[in-house]
Design a binder for this molecule. Structure first.
Ligand SMILES: NC(=O)c1ccc[n+]([C@@H]2O[C@H](COP(=O)([O-])OP(=O)(O)OC[C@H]3O[C@@H](n4cnc5c(N)ncnc54)[C@H](OP(=O)(O)O)[C@@H]3O)[C@@H](O)[C@H]2O)c1
Length: 320
């Protein structure tokens, strides 16, 4: 599978990555089979977070990874921290936060806990999960420096950060922020739609009160890799787009292109994200090997610009 550079870290990883948020639903054997299938399909980058499954997702992934026998040095492991759950509470697919915490002590202990769950001595990437409005950038800088000096984290990044919040952290830390993980896909393309719709009154196709203006251009200018989370979700965890009866036009377009390129619809939907020149990595969340294997076929989908826009329009986004 095609590899992409992750920021300016020097890491070159598979453009499709596997997010393991939902792996806590699998037993150890099923998790190992899934990881092995993803790796076989060319995926060598795995994303977790301390809160997934209230810690169980990283733990099961760590155990299952050992069972696969995959060489740790052949893959990249990423985790995220900074959200504190209320008593480990899980609410369906969404996790309820009690507060955000970017204190030095919390960030360092989060990484140490994740290393032990994942059964590794280092994270390739560690991200701040969501912007903590109480963040003190100098404290984050101390945490990052200590984590880097101890060899526990090789590279750093953020998730769900606006350009100004990226700047706020970047001016304090000595490490380059390489990644911004953001929700993006055909079911949630506001990152693009908001710029295309610049200065036009709110479109009926999206109702987002938080503007994402310029995150894409900012990330390109600063050589940050955008990682697209929930690439198949419609809206915020409102169900997958593929085969969704509420999205007939989008599915007709996906079907047409899947036929043309002799792949499944997961490959076309993933290729739509990968085609954008902003250097986007797709963080898949499916726990079904056949869907992951299909999505991993992005190299077979040679979209034209027109096909890319056809999918965008079929997803319900307007083009003024
Ligand atoms: N940074 C953040 O704030 C943030 C937030 C959320 C998630 N994430 C990351 O993003 C990753 C992916 O998130 P996600 O799981 O919501 O992503 P997703 O890939 O958009 O959705 C996967 C879910 O859709 C279901 N699905 C149904 N039909 C599908 C189809 N045809 N193709 C693919 N999936 C289908 C999957 O079910 P099956 O498992 O049964 O296939 C699975 O439950 C997470 O694992 C996590 O690493 C980050």
């Amino acid at each position: 599978m095609k590899k992409i550079r992750i920021g300016q870290s020097g890491v070159s990883a598979s453009q499709i990555a596997l997010g393991v948020m939902r792996i806590n639903r699998l037993d150890r054997k099923a998790a190992a089979d899934l990881i092995a299938a993803a790796y076989q399909a060319g995926i060598n980058f795995f994303d977790s977070a301390d809160i997934y499954g209230a810690g169980r997702s990283s733990m099961i992934f760590g155990q299952a990874l050992q069972d696969t026998g995959i060489d740790r040095d052949k893959i990249f492991l990423q985790s995220k921290g900074g959200i504190i759950l209320k008593d480990g509470q899980i609410d369906g697919d969404g996790l309820k936060g009690q507060r955000y915490d970017f204190s030095k002590g919390h960030l360092i202990s989060t990484v140490e806990t994740e290393l032990s769950r994942l059964q590794t001595d280092h994270l390739d990437f560690f991200l701040l999960h969501r912007p903590d409005t109480l963040m003190r950038p100098e404290e984050v800088a101390e945490a990052f420096s200590q984590l880097e000096a101890s060899g526990k984290v090789l590279h750093f990044g953020v998730s769900n950060f606006s350009p100004y919040d990226v700047d706020l952290i970047q001016q304090a830390v000595s490490q380059k922020l390489e990644v911004n993980q953001l929700q993006f896909g055909l079911g949630h393309a506001d990152l693009i739609a908001e710029n295309i719709q610049l200065n036009i009154s709110k479109s009926p196709s999206f109702d987002n009160h938080v503007t994402a203006f310029d995150v894409l251009a900012y990330s390109r200018l600063h050589h940050m890799t955008i990682q697209a989370w929930s690439p198949f979700q419609s809206g915020f965890f409102a169900g997958a787009i593929v085969d969704n009866p509420q999205l007939p036009e989008l599915n007709a377009e996906l079907d047409k292109l899947a036929d043309k390129y002799q792949v499944g619809k997961n490959a076309v939907a993933s290729a739509w994200i990968a085609y954008h020149p902003a250097n986007i990595q797709v963080i898949l969340g499916s726990m079904t090997a056949s869907r992951i294997e299909d999505a991993a076929n992005i190299d077979k989908v040679k979209l034209t610009n027109q096909e890319w826009y056809d999918l965008y329009l079929a997803a319900g986004y307007p083009l003024p």
